[in-house]
Design a protein around this ligand. Sequence first.
Ligand code: 3H9
Length: 656
Amino acid sequence: MSIVTIAREGQIAIVTVDNPPVNALSQALRQGLWDAVEALDADPEVSAVVLTCAGRTFIAGADVREFGRTPEPPHLPDLVARIEAARAPWIAAIHGSALGGGLEVALGCRFRVAVASASLGLPEVTLGIIPGASGTVRTPRLIGVPAAVDLITSGKPLRAEKALTLGLIDAVIAGDLTAGAVAFATAALANPLPEPLSTRPLPPEPDAFWESQTAAVTKAAKGNHGPLRALEAIRKATESSFDEAMAFERQTFLDLRGSDQAAALRAVFFAERGATRPAHLGEAKPVAIARMAVIGGGTMGAGIAAALRDAGLPVTLIERDAEALARGIANIRAIFEGGVKRGKLSEAQFADRLAGVTGSTDYASLAKTDLVIEAVFEDIEVKRAVFAQLGVACRADAVLATNTSYLDPRALEAEIPNPARFIGLHFFSPANVMKLLEIVPTPATSPATLATAFALAKQLGKVPVAAGICEGFIGNRILKRYRAAAEALLRQGVAIAEVDAAMRGYGFAMGPFEAQDMGGLDIAYLQREGARASGQAVAETLGDILVRAGRKGQKTGGGWYDYIPGERKPQASEEVARLLAAEITAARTPALSTPLSREAIAETLVGEMAAEGDQILAEGIAHQASDIDLVEIHGYGFPRWRGGPMHARDRKLGKV
Ligand code: 3H9
């Protein structure tokens, strides 16, 4: 069947695109649409054309899989211009998403209508590029420069109502979209047609506008170069002719398409889409989950409960006594209150979130629960006791999960009958915000339980990654190596602040030492001490010296840095220099003969992360390199536009 078909309703032609899964603008689709314009132009009976799409969405954009190849005609900018120049006006009828090239096709149409649930946007900057088919040139002519700047440089889609307010669409259609669009077209034909966007004027903005926008966009982009280049293209559109602006946009688009950032962001795009249904799941089907419970209402448990409620799942919180339960419920409430304060939740949504939380101190209340997530104190005996109780209280087929970040989950499954339904679900704090979910099956975990964990992740909007069992799973194991490598640099004479500045320069929000100061040095210290107490040989770290001197981070007024009370700005610490002097000058590691550049520091540390990743892959702890990249990006603040440590290293080596 053809991917573009034409039907007629009186004088109105209906062009339907059917190119699953998301009607992306492959060469074949561009050609199909081009041919449709030509055919309809040649038909004098046609007075308007409704462009609609089959399946779950309108055109979701250019076909990203074609970005690695030489572009083939008809090129998208030409197609958009061809639609705009068509003899009879085209009307885009939008459902699902009109994104990137999809919205640009709609901008070539004389009118745009959409159902209320539709979203419209130009997300190109999230792929390291800019709109390449007139997005930066036609959009400001339609909705004005400030709104176009917001839409294009943020890459965030808008819902139909907002799009209507801005003038991006002409009507929101209730009921059947095609019928509504045909009715809209019939009514529109009774009036003079609006001018095509390419011939509408676009007055320039003052320099001060561009200066303030440049500052704001640079700050928000955090190293991603797409938004700033998009801003330049929009400015060009206001200061030169339509054709000159189109040429500038096209050139910028083509330059960026082959850039390292675009390659990285594309790799992450596909890795994320593959993550929710990885090949290793095979044909296994998830079990249905309706009733959920969380054990433990501390920071982690409350965050998990909030994440479940955000996804609309009812949750029971279990605590050991009434007082702890009240604290746990208060923790959950505080998360939702924060949502209201930041304008993310309405009062009604707040009430609904809380209404779906039930508290109990009695495990017997879990008799009908389908999935339980344990999030109590990270102590094997405490957790064992919880699973012993869950084993008695829950149905034999209820999925039982632990949120442990370091402990061996096999030690916990021994407590329950039928360990096939046991699994590790490692959330990251704050669990209602962080996207990463490490899913840790044991050898006993059944395929259905594993599939259920992935289905839950999708429902929660998380990025799931399967991890094998080892200390720290994927993420914390790499973190340990990263921190050790950062300490090794200090021993070679690199300054603490220099390492942090290098990693900020690379794109992290914080360097390894300032991040430890914020989170507290004592957690990792206690883990090392625990391992030492159990007879393991754990090397002494520089962090151990600081914790023993009472320097646990910001909360104790100092860690790797000093802090002025009430402030978060790190200050170089003479005490730290004194405490570490002996270690650093002990010349266990030869000092560097020439200082390392910040680029070299970052490359060293990212190389160490990737080397640990190689080891993790070799041991079968991760299924694929892109999973490791997703862990780092979504759990540890690795800059997305670098693609993760594995991608960044491989790109440097010319392998990807
Ligand atoms: C652009 O348009 C540039 C132009 O300005 C200039 C050109 C000159 N291409 O996300 P899902 C696949 S840049 C190819 O799970 P959902 C995806 O890999 C583009 N494939 O579905 C997956 O494949 P598989 C601007 C694509 O319902 C399947 O479709 N557009 C593309 O949760 C389902 O995807 C964007 O950035 C694509 N463009 O969400 C939009 N998009 O099944 C990107 C998706 O084999 N797309 N696939 O794994 C999205 O945001 C979401 O896919 C969407 C649907 C919201 C549309």
